[in-house]
Every structure is written in structure tokens, then in C-alpha cells.
Design a protein around this ligand. Structure first.
Ligand code: DGL
Length: 265
């Protein structure tokens, strides 16, 4: 199985891209809704959660792990890669590859949670690839709750987006990375507010393409993945808002299964 985790259901944008790209492989998703949001938590806590989520997915039979959460990826991906023997994929590197390739001026904007922006991971990876690039980052802590409330077409959401994007616009970026699972769901509102000439990057498809390439090149890992059964969607808590987001992402109702146990509460 391909194991995918996020702090909630926003990471389903990544799960969906993987399912579309690799429809013959079974996936198991875990959304840690009981402990989300991760974006406002300390590094230590996020790392502990990411470890537990990985262990849960491995116990379900995952042979490959995808960290669909930008916040968890930004602080825990190197640690998980060191600690676990399975291949670990994350959402940041593919977004960085796409952004560096897309940017003509080298001025790249990044929006994400407080923890992602604080980690400086996008700057590090972008300038690591091209030292000429200039990165402008902006934490947007109000966007996750707005998406979770389903406020997609509200005046307030548009106003808040304008406020967050204004300082980035002033820096004349030509590329903007959506560095959070929830932001692709606001893409239609973000594009006109950042400017139609700015390339808006979302990493879900790039992660799926990277994983497909890896499986082609690593037949021993490919052979360990199951093709039988249904895709599974586990969560550590179920809320109406989460079920609505899952439905919006997949375009159909998703059977979210709540796991029990003391770890995830
Ligand atoms: N999944 C998180 C991310 O991509 C957003 C939600 C949260 O803060 O937990 O950064």
C-alpha cells in the first residue's frame, strides 16, 4: 500500500492526485484531525505526530510513505527518512522543482502555515537549487480555518487573501508556491489576487508524478505494493467540515473511518 498522511483532510488533494496517477495501487490515507492544526504547533510536537502517523500507516501495510502535509514535511521529513526503512516522499521538493523551473525572474513567493514559513525550508531548497532566486514568504494562518469552514466564496475570505498576498505582490514575484494542503482549494481566488501573470504552483500532481517515476525505477518497491482491495481513509476524528472537504476534493462522498486509541487524541 501507499501510505499518505496529513494533519487533516487537506492532504486528500495529494491522495487524489496519486490515485489518479497510479490507479492500480492501493492507498491508505491518515488524517490526524483530532490533533490538527499542526501549523501552529511547535517543531517537537509536529515531529512526534509525524512519527506516530508513519508508524500507524506502516502497521496498516504501507510500504511507501507520502507526507502530504507541508507543515509536517517542513520539520519532519529528514528525520522520518533517517528513522524509517521505507521510501519517504514529501510535498515540498516537487513544488520547489516546479517553482524554480517555472520562474523566469527568480522572484518566487511562498505561502504556508506559520510553522512551514518559520522552518525556512522553501528558501533553503529554492536557493539551494538556484542561488540567484529571491524568495518572499508569507504565513497565512487564517486560510486553513476559512477552508475548513467552507468559506470559499465569502467577501471576508477574498479580503483576507488580498491582505496576505499584497506584500508578495509588491515584491513582483512571477511564481507563487501554495505551500499548504488547503490552499489548492482556494486557487481560484488566489490567482486573480496575485495576478494572472504569476504561475501558481501546487505540488499534488508533481508528488504523484515523482512517485510514479520512483516505482518505475525501483521494481522491488513496486512489487511490494498491493493491488487488491479498496483505498482506505482513516482519520483520528470525524467532523462534518472534514467530510465536506473530502467530498469536495474527490467529487464524491468518502467513507472516513475513525480510528480509536490513546495515541491520536
Ligand atoms: N496540513 C497543513 C499544511 O499543509 C495545514 C493544516 C494544519 O495546520 O494542520 O501545512
Amino acid at each position: 500500500m501507499i501510505g499518505i498522511f496529513d494533519s487533516g483532510v487537506g492532504g486528500m488533494t495529494v491522495a487524489r492526485a496519486i490515485e489518479q496517477r497510479l490507479p492500480d495501487y492501493r492507498t491508505v490515507y491518515f488524517g490526524d484531525l483530532a490533533r490538527s492544526p499542526y501549523g501552529s504547533k511547535s517543531e517537537e510536537t509536529i515531529i512526534a505526530y509525524a512519527r506516530q502517523n508513519t508508524e500507524f500507516l506502516l502497521a496498516q501495510g504501507a510500504k511507501v510513505i507520502v507526507i502530504a502535509c507541508n507543515t509536517a514535511a517542513s520539520v519532519a521529513s529528514e528525520i522520518l527518512t533517517r528513522e524509517f526503512a521505507v521510501p519517504i516522499f514529501e510535498v515540498i521538493s516537487p513544488a520547489v522543482d516546479k517553482a524554480v523551473a517555472a520562474s523566469r525572474s527568480g522572484a518566487i513567493g511562498v505561502i504556508g502555515t506559520r510553522a512551514t514559513v518559520r522552518s525556512g525550508i522553501y528558501e533553503k531548497k529554492i536557493t539551494g537549487q538556484n542561488p540567484q532566486c529571491r524568495v518572499v514568504s508569507q504565513a497565512c494562518p487564517l486560510l486553513v480555518p476559512l477552508v475548513e469552514e467552507g468559506w470559499f466564496n465569502k467577501r471576508e475570505t477574498k479580503m483576507i487573501l488580498r491582505r496576505y498576498l499584497h506584500p508578495i505582490r509588491l515584491k513582483n514575484v512571477d511564481t507563487l508556491v501554495l505551500g499548504c494542503t488547503h490552499y489548492p482549494l482556494l486557487k481560484n481566488l488566489i490567482q486573480p489576487r496575485i495576478g494572472k501573470r504569476v504561475t501558481v504552483i501546487d505540488s499534488a500532481e508533481a508528488v504523484a508524478a515523482g512517485l510514479a517515476k520512483f516505482l518505475e525505477e525501483n521494481p522491488e518497491v513496486e512489487a511490494s505494493l498491493s493491488h487488491e482491495g479498496e483505498n482506505l481513509y482513516y482519520v483520528s476524528d470525524i467532523t462534518e467540515a472534514a467530510a465536506d472537504i473530502a467530498k469536495r476534493v474527490f467529487g464524491r462522498p468518502i467513507d472516513l473511518q475513525k480510528i480509536s486509541g490513546e495515541t491520536f487524541c
